[in-house]
Design a protein around this ligand. Structure first.
Ligand code: ATP
Ligand code: MG
Length: 418
């Protein structure tokens, strides 16, 4: 039996990077007042169709949608924002406190062509903020991403930011865009020709080469902002500059989901080829109301967890599993029985401790300690047990010390945590 195409196992030897990213991200988010939220993997199809947009790539061709046994249409979530909005509305969170900051991580599902950095089940780390209209929260989210990537030792990332405007300034921009596209109808792909009527903004995000070429010199949202959107974007930029966050204004950035307004951004790397975006985010001030809640400004981002880990692996930062603090070489049944209890006690005391209870020779056990990258080895043979002591061997310096079996844990605490 094999996994389904585009689905994969993440094996224990790769997991330490995933865990490190989660720990860094969650502790950073918590210190900025975010709380974890957990949401279902399956939702009504309608939720995604209405929020992400009927004419987006995701909804048109990437969703895993099926009817359940009663015939209701359900979809494996392709992203988290829509579900988090649904939850915010369903539980009337706005009534007790409209200002909420959430984070979550989990699998997302999109039926795209699988390749490096692109899977059909992939993982995102998400952060969303509700109830704050001020541009400082836009800066805060971009600042947080920048800080997280810094803590993870990532280099070579660039933040591309843009403003997509609001319902105030959209119509003027849309007119300019339609005017521009009208002259290039013949060279657009089939999808885009269809989208001219339904959703011209989507054309700007088309990945087809000929469309990209035809779009050179297309009007940009940023040149058609109303005063309020322009002021908002100015605060975002100047705040980031003051905080020393490197970014570039990218007029052509539009994002693949319909719900975005005002600030939108992507963090890009050059190390993953075509799959260059490791995170994307933006404001979606209209979405909560669109989904049946009260008018609520909101903003959020999603990190592509799989891609982030791939960049880290490429940079060979901490790619190895953490080494063991101790490996117990127990020779013979009597030693083995004791070693089992020591290893439990030592693990509980915070030492990463290993042993091998397959009854092997001294030589092969020492080899195993080497393989596991143990910094110290505790040797328990018949003679040592008789004398009620153990040999502690430092695997770097090869120094050996005898230590008493009584008070083993406190003794090791003093010896190894110096
Ligand atoms: P792309 O342009 O690469 O398709 P996107 O705009 O569709 O990305 P978003 O919806 O903004 O992606 O999702 C946020 C992040 O999730 C992306 O920046 C990317 O890192 C990651 N991501 C999106 N789709 C996939 C996928 N199929 N496999 C792995 N990671 C993905
Ligand atoms: Mg995509």
């Amino acid at each position: 039996m094999q996994t389904i195409r585009g689905f994969r196992d993440i094996l224990p030897e790769h997991i330490s990077l995933w865990q490190r990213v989660e720990q860094e991200a969650f502790s950073l988010f918590e210190s900025f007042g975010f709380k974890e939220i957990r949401i279902p993997v399956l939702e009504k199809t309608d939720l995604f169709a209405r929020s992400i947009g009927e004419t987006t790539d995701i909804v048109e061709k990437e969703m895993y949608t099926f009817s359940d046994r009663k015939g209701d249409l359900v979809t494996l979530r392709p992203e988290a924002t829509a579900s988090i909005c649904r939850s915010y509305i369903q539980h009337k969170m706005y009534a007790t406190d409209p200002v909420r900051k959430f984070y979550m991580t989990g699998p997302m599902f999109r039926r795209e062509r699988p390749q490096k950095g692109r899977y059909r089940q992939f993982y995102q780390i998400d952060a969303e903020v509700f109830g704050i209209e001020s541009a400082y929260i836009d800066s805060e989210l971009i600042f947080l991403l920048n800080e997280l990537f810094k803590r993870l030792g990532l280099t070579g990332l660039t933040a591309h930011i843009n403003s997509l405007g609001c319902p105030e300034c959209r119509p003027a921009f849309q007119r300019a865009l339609l005017d521009f596209l009208g002259k290039r109808k013949q060279v657009l792909c089939e999808n885009c020709t269809r989208r001219i009527q339904k959703n011209p903004l989507r054309i700007l995000d088309c990945k087809v080469d000929s469309c990209q070429k035809a779009l050179e010199g297309a009007p940009a949202t940023i040149d058609h902002l109303c005063q309020a959107c322009d002021d908002h974007f100015t605060i975002v930029r100047t705040t980031l500059e003051r905080q020393g966050v490197a970014f570039m204004v990218d007029k052509s950035l539009v994002r693949g989901l319909d719900y975005y307004t005002r600030t939108a951004w992507e963090i890009k790397t050059t190390t993953l080829g075509a799959q260059g975006a490791v995170a994307g985010g933006g404001r979606y001030d209209g979405l909560v109301e669109e989904l049946g809640g009260p008018a609520t400004p909101a903003i959020g981002f999603a990190i592509g967890f799989d891609r982030l880990v791939e960049v880290m692996e490429q940079l060979k930062k901490n790619g190895q599993d953490p080494p063991l603090d101790l490996f117990i070489v127990a020779l013979g049944n009597a030693a083995m029985a004791k070693a089992y209890h020591w290893s439990c006690d030592l693990n509980l005391a915070g030492f990463r401790t290993g042993m091998d209870s397959r009854g092997k020779s001294m030589k092969s056990l020492m080899k195993r300690a080497d393989k596991l990258n143990a910094s110290h080895v505790l040797i328990a043979g018949e003679n040592e047990l008789k004398e009620n002591q153990l040999i502690l061997r430092n695997m770097d310096t090869k120094d050996q010390t005898m230590i008493a079996i009584d008070n083993l844990v406190p003794t090791l605490m003093t010896l190894l945590t110096k």
